[in-house]
Design a protein around this ligand. Structure first.
Ligand code: ADE
Length: 256
């Protein structure tokens, strides 16, 4: 029997529907175009929640995308943990997917074998910026959650894998780095742990598919490297996601 995000046993379903959660439009758009996903009209999620959903049927697989939408005040994408958990909560309620995928870009750790343009599968997620040194709150803060185990899919697609760590900053403090080192984090991003939290409420399994835009333990400024590689990483993601979906369709969770 497969595990859900907290390692509990869950039903061995056949995958018929998938929800992919994106923070940035630039990350979502190539896939929306490639798969011909249509914006859901009338909206499946009613405002004021800012997220936007897209859907289409691909042979035996119903594919849904939720993008966190834009911040009204600044006009930029709603990145970070708060919009990610809201979007996931509402989209899982609306679409009842068999599997959720947190997809997007991330910083990679050279120490864990990451290079620019690599696509990683998450084995587990943590938070590196929720430091609460009180009994049990310390564990809650880290929020370690297992991702759905997909050894066959990973081998078939030849993807790297590792722990994904989320925090609400593009940069990091020494303490963030210490926590990521303790958990042998391979990729650092800003949403997956929040998406895992919402998935766990519904007992829906989570996968993470993350394309590397910058090297966290490298020597270049993150923002410069991120902007330089965003479109190449989004293309790598768009090349990988349809192959991931192809391996999910019609397979039981335990066969992944
Ligand atoms: N997204 C892409 N690169 C990132 C990084 N280094 N930290 C957080 N989110 C990211």
């Amino acid at each position: 029997m497969p595990n859900n995000v907290q390692g509990r046993k869950m039903d061995d379903k056949t995958v018929q529907s998938v929800l992919i959660v994106f923070a940035m439009q630039a990350e979502a758009q190539p896939l929306i175009q490639a798969l011909g996903l249509e914006k859901d009209e009338p909206p499946k999620i009613i405002g004021p929640a800012p997220c936007v959903t897209f859907s289409s049927q691909h042979e035996d697989l119903q594919v849904h995308v939720v993008w966190n939408g834009k911040d009204e005040e600044t006009g930029v994408d709603n990145v970070g943990t708060v919009p990610a958990s809201l979007s996931t909560y509402l989209a899982v309620l609306a679409f009842k997917p068999d599997v959720v995928i947190s997809a997007g870009t991330a910083g990679g750790f050279r120490a864990q074998g990451a290079a620019i343009g690599d696509v990683f599968l998450g084995t587990a997620v943590i938070n590196h910026d929720r430091r609460i040194p009180l009994p049990s709150f310390d564990k809650y803060g880290i929020g370690y959650s297992l991702c759905l185990a997909t050894p066959r899919l990973q081998a078939e697609l030849g993807l790297k894998q590792g722990v994904v760590s989320s925090g609400n900053s593009l940069d990091y403090t020494d303490k963030c780095m210490e926590i990521m080192g303790q958990h042998q984090v391979a990729v650092k991003e800003m949403e997956a742990a929040a998406i895992a939290w919402a998935c766990n409420l519904y007992h829906v399994p989570l996968m993470c598919v993350k394309a590397v835009t910058d090297i966290v333990d490298g020597d270049r400024p993150t923002s410069e490297e991120f902007l330089e590689n965003l479109h190449a990483a989004a293309a790598a993601l768009q090349n990988t996601l349809p192959r991931v979906l192809g391996r999910l369709a019609g397979r039981k969770l335990s066969e992944l």
